[in-house]
Design a protein around this ligand. Sequence first.
Ligand code: C5P
Length: 311
Amino acid sequence: MILSLPAPAKINLGLRILGKRADGYHELESVFHSLELKDLLYAESIDDGLQLEMHDQTGLGMKVVRGEDNLVLRAGRIFCAAHEPAGGMRFYLDKRIPAGAGLGGGSSDAAAALLLANELHGAPLDANKLAELALHIGSDVPFFLSAGTQLARGRGEVLAPMEHVQGLHFLLIFPPVACSTGAVYKNHKPNLIADLPSSSIRSGEGDYPLGSALAGELGNDLEASAMDLYPQLALIRRRVATMGFPRVCMSGSGSTLFLTFNAQESARIAAKTLEPLSTDGVQLLLTRSAGEASNRRIPEAVSEIPGDQQA
Ligand code: C5P
């Protein structure tokens, strides 16, 4: 049996750092919002061992981690340690989400791998156990077990669904810089936060104005730290602002910048306006809030893995 599952990217519609914890992580409050941009992961049972093949379609020349450190293989190992299945698994990853971009691509792949591994073995682990394993892989991984739009607290694993934020259009702006999550968090200093509203993010129906106001008003506390560490990112952010989009936001720990729109046409016009940035190595991508198919976290049986066709 071959199973497949989409692994959607996410953006942070706002991210606030509430403080540093005793365990070294930061306590945060953020709205995680999954996107139509996605990787596709396939899995099948094999006699022995864990294998991963990857087809890199990002086209951005960004380095996706290969080998043992890839989060899909880490998820496979963690699943096997918890369940001790008789055989092995082979994964095939159709990779479209750029790495080091603050879009959660690796974390989403890892969550998809856990869900696929569990399904391949007759669902021996319940949702709580999967969430525990997911957090072991990374702070963002539990979110991707259910995806959609969620208010995240704690390290990012204390989650509450916010179904009413949907149907948004995004222009993703990829600077030619990959950010290190650990370095950006480490460089965060409360006094680097500039011009952000003091109220913390609230949950509940009706608390959010939709569209650009949402991301623009919430801000991202990691932005100042990332701009400080990566001057080229700061330069590109300034250029986007001076080209007519001062409310440009950064996702997660960077490097992706994004603009939010209610209408697809407005996003297209913005993409046209920002085209000259390509001379600085910036790439643009139009996407939207993930639809039902990407957010459905139930693996589907398929007849073949596309990589096998191409071989
Ligand atoms: O959890 P994950 O491995 O994705 O995090 C990478 C790094 O980002 C951590 O080692 C930590 O330095 C930092 N981090 C943090 N607070 C969070 C999430 C991540 O300090 N809530």
